[in-house]
Design a protein around this ligand. Structure first.
Ligand code: FAD
Length: 485
């Protein structure tokens, strides 16, 4: 591709214009793609033309970002960085940026009737050390401890927004009510986005070339059916609405589910409750629990004053806390968006991200059991490069086939269908693949080393693993220290 580029550059302003037209017509005919090999060249040409006031690239791609949590902020940070190609708006229904990290005592709706989004509880500390949790290009501020309080994460996110000048692009207290595809621009779908000012309820319809859905996936509770639950007369709460243990003082409490929140909440509640039963179907038993926490199998049925478990044992209880996770929910998508949610699987998505039929629509952050912030960093840049043509997507059929292969691979590994977007150890190859497509730095191996080490420590000693801190020494080594008793 290089040979025809060089000569016209020497005869501005005609040169850049001819070059621009020539590149564009080749691009339209499918004879050239802006892949990574000549991206730097075309970027420098773009810059050169911009200096001469020549617009090489037609108009900029208009992107709507839904949500200003970590994913939406990460989208804004990369979009702002590439203002030659993109213009964008971030819509956030809450009054500040930070998503689920914006703790509130409220659990139902806010003063404008908007459902509370945050699932943070008062005492929450991260379950990932701050040395490996942040966006790869923006380290966490110095703190002695590695597992930091949620307020420190919010501070970090606000520093990020400030540092990259994101606030001017974010419309706070603006909810997205409706997203639908409308017609197309040169073969690409256009999007109508209806927003609502949550205070005045005034609605506005805007047009975009692409939509990034960053609405968070830990906000709409998943509540499994329990036979006879309507008879239970005790207190019932989902972890979404859990803020502190106080309501459980001196009670007998069943905590259903033993993932991160279930374990954290069981331990916290145990400090004030008489007895806690942590009910789960994990293959391995949890170790080193407080003395008043007993492990029991999953719940089979409820009665007026207690529960029967799958091994037919039963216990009296005064309260039940569902730590059963969350549902994917995109209430603003119209049926024309052709998005299907089957259990915990969102379809049809290529690389867990891009709608295969409407590839200017993406869903950031669906994979779970991951490092969320690095995940956003790679996913967002990948999507942007497909929008600006630097990365060419395969045909819809090829994308669907790859997606199905990925799903079948999981089933073959004995994962349930609900693990369609579960990553765990698969996240490292996923990140590396996206990084390589983008030609950007992979995460250094030490990140995985710390992640795996902490996962083992959590299993070994869930009550104390957060009292340790980590230092990344270099790409392949880290040190662990005890910071608090
Ligand atoms: P969110 O943070 O949920 O942000 C989504 C944003 O979209 C919100 O601000 C919401 O108001 C907005 N929004 C939603 N719908 C609309 C709409 N229609 N219009 C406009 N705005 C909308 N991750 C870690 O890395 N480390 C941890 O230790 C950790 N602990 C966690 C503990 C808990 C209890 C929970 C719930 C999550 C935890 N996570 C942790 C995961 C956490 O979800 C991610 O860190 C991160 O917040 C996800 O970012 P997000 O932007 O995708 O979603």
């Amino acid at each position: 591709m290089v040979h025809f580029v060089i000569c016209p550059l020497f005869s501005p302003p005609v040169g850049p214009l001819l070059l621009s037209q020539h590149l564009h017509s080749l691009y339209k005919e499918g004879k050239c793609t802006r892949n990574r090999k000549h991206l730097s060249l075309s970027t420098s040409v773009t810059n050169f033309c911009a200096v001469l006031n020549w617009n090489i690239n037609m108009s900029r791609i208009r992107v709507a970002v839904i949500g200003a949590g970590p994913a939406g902020l990460c989208a804004a940070r990369h979009l702002v960085d590439d203002s030659h190609h993109f213009e964008f708006k971030v819509f956030e229904q809450w009054g500040e940026v930070g998503g689920t990290w914006c703790y509130t005592d409220l659990t139902d709706i806010d003063e404008y009737g908007v459902p509370i989004h945050s699932s943070m509880y008062k005492s929450l500390k991260t379950n990932i050390p701050k040395e490996i949790m942040p966006f790869p290009d923006f380290p966490f501020h110095e703190t002695e401890e590695s597992f930091v309080h949620h307020t420190a994460v919010l501070r970090y996110l606000k520093e990020y927004a400030q540092h990259y000048g994101l606030y001017e692009h974010i419309r706070l207290r603006t909810a997205v009510k409706k997203v639908s595809p409308i017609g197309s621009n040169k073969g690409r779908t256009l999007w109508s986005v209806v927003t609502e000012d949550v205070e005045t309820k005034k609605q506005e319809e805007l047009e975009f070339d692409a939509v990034m859905v960053c609405n968070g996936h830990y906000s709409v509770p998943y509540i499994p059916e329990i036979e006879g639950i309507e008879k239970f007369e005790g207190l019932i709460q989902h972890s979404k609405a859990y803020r502190s243990a106080e309501a459980y003082r001196n009670l007998r409490v069943v905590v259903l589910g033993a993932a991160s929140s279930g374990m954290d909440i069981a331990v916290e509640v145990a400090a004030v409750a008489n007895q806690v039963y942590i009910s789960h179907n994990l293959r391995e038993s949890l170790m080193y629990l407080p003395p008043n926490v007993k492990q029991v199998p999953g719940i089979k049925a409820a009665s007026i004053d207690g529960f029967t478990f799958l091994d037919d044992s039963s216990e009296k209880a005064d309260a039940l806390i569902y730590c059963t996770g969350y549902k994917f929910d995109f209430p603003f998508l119209t049926p024309e968006c052709k998005v299907r949610i089957e259990g915990r699987r969102v379809m049809p998505l290529y690389k867990h991200l891009i709608h295969t039929e409407l590839p200017t629509l993406c869903f950031v952050g669906l994979p779970f059991k991951v490092l969320p912030f690095p995940l956003f960093h790679f996913q967002i840049q990948y999507f942007m490069r497909t929008l600006d043509g630097s990365i060419s997507l395969p045909s819809k059929d090829e994308m669907d086939e790859e997606t199905e292969r990925d799903f079948q691979k999981r089933l073959a590994l004995d994962m349930p269908p609900t693990y369609a977007h579960q990553m765990g150890s698969m996240q490292w190859d996923y990140f590396a693949e996206l990084a390589d497509c983008l030609g950007i730095k992979r995460l250094p191996p030490v990140v995985r080393m710390v992640y795996d080490y902490v996962a083992d420590r959590r299993k070994e000693d869930m009550m104390h693993y957060k009292t340790e801190s980590y230092t990344l020494l270099d790409h392949g080594h880290f040190a662990r220290n005890q910071v608090s008793p």
